[in-house]
Design a protein around this ligand. Structure first.
Ligand SMILES: [Zn+2]
Ligand SMILES: [Zn+2]
Length: 72
């Protein structure tokens, strides 16, 4: 990506970070969607909620693993 101003704070960047979601250039400080109030943030959050379900399933498996240990 070419040099550009951070779309959030306007700082000039020789090597700007490009947001994977809104494709705007940002400085290191504002490259994360949370840091520049990304217009796509609501969509990302929806995705994260999907991931939480997966994490909970993993915790369930961990619980049964520890139960097995206690039985011994
Ligand atoms: Zn910035
Ligand atoms: Zn963004």
């Amino acid at each position: 990506m070419d040099a550009a101003d951070c779309a959030y704070c306007g700082d000039f960047q020789d090597m700007p970070f490009q947001c994977n979601y809104c494709k705007d250039p940002f400085c290191a400080e504002h490259r994360l969607p949370e840091e520049h109030r990304c217009v796509k943030l609501t969509q990302i959050r929806a995705k994260k909620f999907g991931q939480i379900g997966v994490i909970r399933d993993g915790e369930k498996n961990k619980g049964s693993f520890f139960k097995r240990l206690f039985k011994k």
